[in-house]
Design a protein around this ligand. Structure first.
Ligand code: ZN
Length: 327
């Protein structure tokens, strides 16, 4: 997927990067950390253009040979390594690339190596990278991009200057998604719904597409539960707990939906409680191995307005129990 729009958002980080760049003090190794799909890689590409542009312009002039070739992915001194593609970028290839940095660069300004999704680097590749980081060369910059930096070896982390990136603002996501006409064509979702689902990360649009039908069902079910259908709460919990592989993604969708409703009706505290409980549920299920169906039944029963729960005394009691275990 490509973003046709220019880079949107992340102003504070880009501003501090620009200041360092203008002083000629951009660090030789940086880590861009933050949730997936928010545009960290695009910022890395902006930095690469800045560092390599023949006219020395921040963000690149867009006209010189270096800028044009970086954009086309054909610049000999610019490497974009998609670490998740371990076949394309296996250990040998990464070692070879790092070794080639010892040779003279093709163009005079320097070399930029971006490791996208760096948490997927094979440990042997990470060790080879570490060697390169330990012996910095002039005008060679490494940019690691990761949504899960804790999975990188501490030795690599300690040699990188970290910038944290946040999810994009509602208006920024709206702007980006509106431009992705081809991507969203034919989806049964409104632009507003897509923006809610993107949850600050427009890069997740492909995953959103995969979930569009599920989202429609989920909306109906959650509204029914909130409207008083306690039986549905229990059966829905049983339904979604069956497949533990998909459960994490489903919990994310549920949380996004509950948060959306929370913002829509801030006076209704049940949605806010549901968001908190869903966050806790994920921890209880995946970290403490509690029974998913049991935990989710309780989360969803807590969403049923209490007046309608009279016939579900036992279940209400277990919902109270959840309040005690969700700390
Ligand atoms: Zn340029």
């Amino acid at each position: 997927m490509t973003f046709k729009s220019s880079l949107i958002g992340h102003q504070p980080q880009r501003e501090s990067i620009r200041r360092l760049f203008e002083k000629g003090k951009f660090p030789s190794t940086v880590l861009f950390a933050g949730p997936a799909g928010i545009g960290k890689k695009l910022v890395a590409l902006e930095v690469a253009r800045s560092l390599l542009c023949e006219n020395g312009m921040f963000s690149g002039c867009g006209k010189c040979k270096a800028c044009r070739l970086v954009d086309a992915g054909n610049f000999p001194d610019f490497y974009l390594i998609e670490c998740a593609d371990r076949e394309r970028w296996n250990v040998e290839q990464i070692k070879e690339l790092l070794y080639s940095l010892n040779l003279t660069s093709c163009f005079s300004r320097g070399r930029v190596i971006v490791f996208n999704d760096a948490e997927f680097l094979h440990i042997a590749s990470a060790n080879a990278l570490l060697k390169s980081l330990e012996e910095p060369r002039a005008n060679t910059w490494f940019i690691l991009v990761s949504a899960n930096p804790s999975k990188l070896p501490p030795t690599v982390l300690s040699r990188s200057q970290t910038w944290f990136f946040n999810p994009l603002a509602h208006e920024e996501v709206q702007h980006i998604i509106a431009e992705l006409k081809d991507e969203i064509e034919g989806l049964p979702l409104s632009l507003d719904e897509l923006v809610v689902l993107a949850d600050g990360a427009p890069g997740s649009i492909t995953a959103i597409k995969d979930h569009s039908l599920e989202w429609m069902d989920l909306k109906v079910t959650m509204s029914a539960i909130h409207g008083g259908d306690a039986r549905r709460a229990v059966s829905f919990a049983s339904e979604i707990s069956k497949d533990k592989e998909d459960l994490r993604e489903r919990l994310t969708l549920l949380r996004i939906y509950a948060r959306h409703r929370m913002y829509e009706t801030p006076q209704d505290s049940l949605w806010a409680l549901c968001v908190t409980n869903l966050i806790a549920a994920e921890r209880l299920i995946f970290e403490r191995n509690l029974n998913a169906q049991y935990v989710l039944s309780n989360v969803l029963l807590n969403l049923v307005s209490s007046a309608d729960l009279n016939s579900f005394t036992t279940l209400t009691n277990s919902a109270k129990l959840l309040e005690r275990i969700v700390v």
